[in-house]
Design a protein around this ligand. Sequence first.
Ligand SMILES: Cc1ncc(COP(=O)(O)O)c(C=O)c1O
Length: 468
Amino acid sequence: MIDDMLDYLRDIRSRPVWQNIPTQIQRYFDSPLPIKGKSLNEVYSEFFDNVLPYPMGNIHPRFWGWALGPGTVTGALADFLGSSMNSNLGGGYHGAVLVEHQVINWIKELMGFQKSASGLLTSGCSAANLIGLIVARNVKTHFDIRKNGLQKISAPLVVYASQEIHSSIKKAVEILGLGSNQLHLIPVNNRFQVDIDILQNRIIKDRKDGYEPFCVVGGAGTINTGSFDDLDALNKVCKKENLWFHIDGAFGVWASLVPSLKKNIFGLDKADSLALDLHKWMYMPYEIGCVLIRNKESHLQTFSMMPDYLSHSKKDGGLIGGNLEWFSDFGFQLSRGFRALKAWMSIKEIGMERYGRLIQQNINQAKYLAALIVDSSNLELMTPVFLNIVCFRYFRLGISPINLDEINKKIVVALQEKGIAVLSWTIIEGKYVMRAANFNYRSKKQDFNLLIKKIVQIGDVIASKFTS
Ligand SMILES: Cc1ncc(COP(=O)(O)O)c(C=O)c1O
């Protein structure tokens, strides 16, 4: 299996980025529940024939959709090692727990958090955002919310974020029982940053209207464009208004590894809680994200729970003793996998300098793609390129805005169906745009050249149907 997978990765360029799943393969997955087992060889060959040829495509050099990472061989091997040990990282005094503590300490150091802060590796940034906002809600409500829930609430609790914030924040607000009406989205300026004056005025107005503001979420690398909110200004608003400051830094935080960008990305360390991903711009295989909480006590008070059968203390010896905190006291999961190992091995193997160079390469490539777009007479760049995300579209004079939207959507789908490249789309200022997000260390210049050539070719064919 390992040999096959290494060959599979080596030959990735020779395959389509994505391909449709034939009906007979879909039907194969209707096969009944196996009552009797069969040999692993047979099962593996079923995987080889029916699953492996139909990947999402994000390991391919021309995959730039959404915000997906390509994974690494080291990460895959580390997952194999970690699953072989099959340690449960809910807690206990064992080696895997030491690994996770070290990884979290490294992330604290990188993000400018004190060692006294707490952290947890999560399934991804959605879970990290949720944990950050749960701690925020519990700290900022003025009664024992763990006992009373929201039943005792006297005024609707409000979270603020920019209109560009990721949907996982809305989901978290809904899960928290606050209702998405209580996520107040603030307009952005022409750099896609939250407008600080509008935010400030909205907080004042909401208080007058009987709401209870408790949290502001800043974006460090927003999903549509990769823009950064003014984190320093947001921190000042939070301090002045006594609000929790959470940052969603899913991928953008890693731009701080690029020496020339570090100076622009200040303010991460001001957050009360910071959510980020390692399966995007740290290239690690799914699933791994992280949440940091500045005040460890608040984090513990939110999640710690010690029924008799889990009781543990530093005084105890054996597996339940030792001086390591239990991760189950810092989140909603009790049983937790050894996802820390892939982070630990990857960070040791690659090192921060090389990570910085890889991230810089992705940014340079995004700028290169933007230059190709600007040079092309039928393409237009729709937003500035802040990091590694390029929003653009095909256009032709004389075609209506609705038809241009349709053409751009059709180009994205055609690129996927032809197996050439995967882009996604989004809406910028009411227009459908193609969006390339480059988290891909396998991409080369030639891949971007091909992308533009094919987009223009496909776009011209589709557009001709709208002009004739
Ligand atoms: C800015 C931002 N925040 C949060 C998330 C959610 O992260 P995950 O998919 O790891 O749950 C994403 C995912 O793309 C994102 O781009």
